[in-house]
Design a protein around this ligand. Structure first.
Ligand code: RET
Length: 310
């Protein structure tokens, strides 16, 4: 007998659907949880080998896999779910004949609402896209995930209305990546261009498979929740740890400053405060990050900077 008693233990939590994952599905969800946890540790370990100013992509990517790790723990434990009446009842399909109600993991969408904007941020910062455009793409992404959630929780055919809004948002995201962001990445050239193109194609290819998985599971009730777990699980491993590893590897020789990311290093901070004190003592110093014209308060660490560091 399997040592996994999660389904039995948590059968008292919330309402239970007619059709839900079996222990096989639970085992697989826990496996993906472990993959995400492992990836998080690796990305954080790689971050520690870099100066603080060069860790932005490591931190974003490790955050993505950390959140997924927790979501997969919930799904393996049969938590973060709610029963929804299937629009299409299929008594002759052995896989899904039991529904009735089908298990919908809303926790999946909480994960995606937090992590898909971060995945896009990884890619759009690589392309040095102007921040207002980044904001627009991230908003479209949130619309896509929230419409997916609302559709999954809807039992009538109106669920496909939400799916359609989500698809429109996905097409907008794909357009921005393929045209706008690619133009910026090509202008940067070098490693940034290479890694943007590689990760961009990978992302677009994978992301268009999600609405298909949705159509077969939450939408059409065609495949069993165990098959759903494999479909989404494989996609999520490809879209998070594999995508993240590619991206971080691609950034190994890129200075974030060359992407317009002016991140202060500890040495710069020390220099700034030193210059600030000198300025207050009547010694003027120019240059990025220096205090100008004695506007500092004279207390190390509280001077106002006129540089463009963030
Ligand atoms: C939904 C249904 C509504 C229409 C569309 C969808 C697309 C979802 C996508 C999700 C990507 C998730 C990722 C997770 C990583 O772990 C919400 C399924 C278009 C593209 C990358």
């Amino acid at each position: 007998m399997s040592g996994n008693h999660a389904l039995q233990t948590n059968s008292v939590v919330g309402r239970q659907p007619d059709l839900s994952i079996t222990t096989h599905g639970s085992d697989w969800y826990y496996t993906v949880c472990a993959v995400m946890g492992f990836a998080t540790i690796v990305f954080m370990a790689l971050a520690l080998r870099k100066p603080q100013s060069h860790r932005i992509f490591h931190y974003i990517t490790a955050g993505i896999t950390a959140i997924a790790c927790i979501a997969y723990f919930a799904m393996g434990s049969n938590l973060g779910q709610t029963p929804i009446q299937a629009e299409f009842v299929r008594p002759y399909n052995r896989q899904v004949a039991a529904a009735g109600t089908r298990e919908i993991f809303y926790v999946r969408y909480i994960d995606w609402a937090l992590t898909t904007p971060l995945l896009l941020l990884d890619l759009l910062l690589t392309a040095a896209l102007p921040w207002p455009t980044i904001l627009a793409v991230l908003l479209a992404d949130e619309i896509m995930i929230v419409t997916g959630l609302v559709g999954a929780l809807t039992q009538t055919r109106y669920k496909w209305g939400f799916w359609t809004f989500g698809m429109a948002a996905l097409f907008y995201i794909a357009y921005e990546l393929l045209f706008d962001a690619r133009k910026h990445a090509n202008a940067l050239g070098g490693d940034a261009k290479k890694i943007f193109n590689l990760c961009g194609v990978w992302l677009i290819f994978l992301w268009f498979l999600y609405p298909i998985a949705w159509g077969l599971s939450e939408g059409g009730n065609v495949i069993h929740p165990d098959s759903e777990s494999i479909f989404y699980g494989v996609l999520d491993i490809m879209a998070k740890p594999v995508f993240g590893a590619l991206l971080i590897w691609g950034h190994r020789n890129i200075d974030p400053a060359n992407l317009g990311l002016h991140i202060r290093q500890p040495a710069h901070t020390a220099e700034k405060y030193r210059n600030g004190r000198q300025a207050n003592n009547g010694v003027h110093s120019e240059g990025p990050g220096s205090n100008v014209g004695g506007t500092g308060s004279g207390v190390a660490g509280t001077g106002h900077s006129v540089g463009n560091n963030v």
